[in-house]
Design a protein around this ligand. Structure first.
Ligand SMILES: C[S@@+](CC[C@H](N)C(=O)[O-])C[C@H]1O[C@@H](n2cnc3c(N)ncnc32)[C@H](O)[C@@H]1O
Length: 252
């Protein structure tokens, strides 16, 4: 689809932003930041993305409102492609069903962005259908997949240089490859959360898929996890200090 480039007037934009349930917090300029539930700028800091993506091609898998697609473009990427069939096709995705592509479309227009969108099933992603990309972003998706391995195969197959995986994680103090399974709604009361891998598991999985090197770029520190677990305990949850967020890069 061709990105729309005409920026709406400020008042009109404000009203349009207010009509959407946002996931990402995107700075649209003129003092308008989309009121997403996600702490997107903080997540961005944890990703270890190169400050300049000048001349790079980027694929954002599971882009939702597009915060990381637009950020890649801002960092100079020559081409950015965003895909998110689960969220962008009806019915709306997520707890309570609030994920749609309305946010992506509006933000792209407001930013005058040239990020491309492609409507494709994630299992149809491959070098033949999409080509290869220097950088592939697989952020916040892995743990939502009941059977993540075929999806990891697909995103690995289109990565020319660097695959960035950001995920909920578990067994963070375990050195051997391990992954927790969550039937039901154990994580955040959300039945779309299935798995919590640890760093050793993702390292092994990426090396098996032909990456020459794996960097663990971010793993939430114990003190932070303990504080969050204690807050969860006060609200009646279990004390789960082994859980947190994790970012790994697979390097070709
Ligand atoms: C937590 S959001 C992450 C959005 C964004 N990548 C980020 O990191 O902020 C989860 C994303 O995973 C996608 N997703 C969830 N379950 C999926 C599934 N079964 N198949 C494909 N995509 C899925 C959703 O559409 C959504 O975009």
């Amino acid at each position: 689809m061709t990105p729309a480039t005409e920026r709406p007037a400020r008042q009109e934009l404000r009203k349009a932003v207010d009509r959407i349930h946002w996931f990402h917090r995107i700075d649209l300029g003129d003092g308008i930041v989309t009121p997403g539930d996600d702490e997107s700028p903080r997540k961005l800091e944890s990703l270890g993305l190169p400050a300049s993506l000048s001349g790079k091609t980027v694929l954002d898998v599971g882009a939702w409102d597009g915060f990381f697609s637009f950020e890649s473009e801002r960092r100079g990427a020559s081409r950015v492609v965003a895909v998110d069939p689960e969220c962008w096709r009806p019915p709306d995705w997520g707890p309570g069903g609030f994920g749609s592509r309305a946010g992506f479309d509006l933000a792209r227009r407001a930013l005058g962005s040239e990020v491309e969108d492609v409507d494709i099933d994630l299992l149809d992603i491959g070098p033949e259908s999409l080509g290869r990309f220097d950088v592939v972003l697989f952020l916040g998706v892995f743990y939502h997949l009941p059977d993540p391995w075929p999806y990891l195969d697909r995103v690995a197959s289109v990565t020319a240089e660097r695959l960035v995986i950001e995920t909920h994680a578990d067994f963070l103090d375990v050195r051997r490859p391990a992954m927790a399974y969550y039937p039901g709604t154990e994580i955040d009361g959300d039945d779309s959360n299935w798995w919590g891998p640890n760093a050793a598991l993702l390292r092994a999985a990426l090396l098996e898929r032909g990456f020459s090197r794996v960097e663990v770029v971010h793993q939430e520190r114990y003190g932070y996890r303990l504080a969050r677990a204690a807050r969860g305990r006060l609200r009646g949850g279990g004390l789960r200090t082994q859980q947190g967020r994790l970012v790994v890069h697979g390097i070709r």
